[in-house]
Design a binder for this molecule. Structure first.
Ligand code: PEP
Ligand code: MG
Length: 560
């Protein structure tokens, strides 16, 4: 038995075993009463630290752009801007002039700004992470603290940190890192999403118990159970080391009776493309493009978006890449876009609603970038609109696409993308026949569809039991959507979390889904499950499941 077990939230259903390496610790501030402070020296030390930090950030930016991509590298630009922020700089200099040591002045000046951002809503709070990053970098330089390089860790390292930012996670090499665990964070934090794409064992939100672990400790990161086993015994260690999941299946898969089911990846940034391809994705079934807009100061340009989508199309030359247009709002807040404060943001201005009204310029730019990328890229582009609730919204989105296609800056003859809508609202499920008559495909977003069908906030653990797509109410909405799509001879996929649960693959194949799209981590398991499923018996089971009256009856049907 392990010496101790720490509990958090499993971010990836994987386990790994390795040796603890703390990241971003070891910063202790001088006691102002114990040090002689010469303001001139402190001011110079601060200026030198800023210069060194800028040089570090510029070189990390370059390395990240090369290794991962321009979008991931953009976060370093945001850090450089914070580093040079005149308000913060003035505050530091004033505190130094008042006799404070430079590290304490940096800590206090950044601390005020961090607190302000933390007090804000949702994603705005993420700016606080960027500020913390910059503060810690300066403090390390001013206090001679060591900071491990995340891109250069010894094989078998388990990274422990207070939190990991997107720029941190982009540096982790899944070939070398055995996993990570953080004090803060939840299943939908960036680090957790990224971990799932990289199939990296991870447990987040452990709390301050994590601080009791020291560098060099042996741990098992058990992402299935959301635990960290400290000093595991031989059998726990062996179980974690041998858990490699199902073998990767690179070919496309069919059921035992010959029905093809596409198994694709959900991604949000270019860095996730290679891991998805390595885990056998047939293509991309959901590109959450709003992720390209995070961690920066301004929206990505048309050319930057073109590059990101082009990269996806070239990664899957024989596959399809379904790009969802911007889905901003709800819990996805972009600090530099002036999102309204709403009582119920999930029921407010989000998804296609924003793209048609306040963000119509961004929408037009994005559509142009997509069409240009489709003209030049190897794979097939499909464009998908999020959170559609009415036929009028779809018509308006199609008009915007037509307007973008009318611009003469790409070879229009080479481009004929499929166009589809996400089924995420009850209205879209009820209207699936009308929608299906107007598009090339439907894709069911069960994360939102479940929250709206069950009236259960996807972020609220207290109603987590209701936010379960195996409730018959949700299954019937799925069934209705599939039937409507097939009546119009178009394909229908699923890209909510439900699609990535191998225990539900048989049910979903039985309900008639033509495509399943998921975080890369479970692609091998789902492909294996599809190839072991008989469509004819799965479809009988699917029929019985969606006729069930309760969730437990659904599960009894699945188990027998
Ligand atoms: C969904 O709602 O199921 C979906 C895939 O979209 P997101 O999780 O990005 O809202
Ligand atoms: Mg959604």
């Amino acid at each position: 038995m392990a010496e101790r077990t720490l509990h958090g939230t499993g971010a990836t259903p994987r386990s790994g075993v390795g040796t603890v390496v703390w990241y971003g610790r070891d910063i202790s501030l001088p006691d102002p009463d114990d040090v002689e402070v010469d303001p001139e020296t402190e001011r110079r030390r601060f200026a030198d630290a800023v210069d060194t930090a800028r040089a570090e950030l510029e070189s990390e930016r370059e390395a990240t752009a090369e290794r991962v991509g321009e979008d991931e590298a953009a976060v370093f630009d945001a850090h450089i801007q914070f580093l040079e922020d005149p308000t913060i700089e003035d505050a530091v200099e004033t505190m130094i002039a008042d006799g404070g040591p430079a590290p304490n002045a940096v800590d206090a000046a950044f601390g005020e700004h961090i607190e302000q951002f933390e007090g804000m809503d949702g994603r705005m709070a993420e700016r606080a992470d960027d500020l913390r990053d910059v503060r810690d970098r300066l403090l390390r330089l001013l206090t001679d603290g060591e900071r491990v390089g995340l891109g250069d860790l010894p094989a078998g390292s388990v990274v422990l940190a207070e939190r990991l930012t997107p720029s941190d996670t982009a540096q982790l090499d899944p070939e070398r890192v055995a996993g990570f665990a953080t004090v803060t964070g939840g299943r939908t934090s960036h680090a957790a999403i990224f971990a799932r794409s990289l199939a990296l064992p991870a447990v987040v939100g452990i709390g301050t118990d994590l601080d009791t672990l020291e560098d060099g400790a042996e741990v098992v990161v058990d992402g299935d159970n959301g635990t960290l086993l400290v000093s595991p015994d031989d059998s726990e260690r062996a179980a974690a080391a041998n858990e490699s999941g199902a073998a990767v299946v690179n070919d496309s898969v069919k059921t035992t009776d010959g029905r093809h089911v596409e198994v694709a990846a959900n991604i949000g940034q270019p860095a996730e493309l290679k891991p998805a391809a390595k885990r056998g994705a047939d293509g991309v079934g959901l590109y959450r493009t709003e992720f390209l807009f995070l961690d920066r100061e301004t929206p990505p340009s048309e050319d930057e978006q073109y590059e990101a989508i082009r990269q996806a199309l070239d990664t899957f030359p024989d596959g399809r890449v379904v790009v969802r247009t911007l889905d901003i709002g709800g819990d996805k807040r972009i600090p530099y876009l002036d999102l309204p404060d709403e009582e119920n943001p999930f029921l407010g201005e989000r998804g296609i609603r924003r793209s048609l009204a306040p963000d119509s310029d961004l929408f037009a730019t994005q559509l142009r970038a997509l069409l240009r990328a489709a003209a030049d890229g190897a794979g097939d582009l499909a464009i998908m609109f999020p959170l559609v609730a009415t036929i009028e919204e779809l018509d308006a989105a199609l008009d915007a696409l037509e307007a973008a296609a009318g611009l003469d800056d790409y070879d229009a003859d080479a481009v004929d993308p499929e166009v589809g809508v996400m089924i995420e609202t009850p209205s879209a499920a009820f209207m699936a026949d009308e929608l299906a008559a107007r598009v090339d495909f439907l894709s069911i977003g069960t994360n939102d569809l479940t929250q709206y069908v069950m009236a259960a906030d996807r972020e609220n653990e207290r109603v987590g039991d209701l936010h379960d797509p195996t409730h018959p109410g949700v299954l019937r909405a799925i069934q209705q959507t599939v039937t409507a799509a097939h009546a119009e001879d178009i394909w229908v996929g699923m890209c909510g979390e439900m699609a990535g649960d191998p225990d539900l693959t048989e049910l979903l194949v039985g309900l008639g889904l033509d495509e399943l799209s998921m975080s890369a981590v479970t692609i091998p398991e789902v492909k294996t499950a599809v190839s072991e499923t008989s469509y004819s018996s799965a479809s009988e089971r699917g029929d019985r499941a969606q006729l069930a009256a309760t969730r437990s009856e659904v599960h009894t049907t699945l188990d027998t």
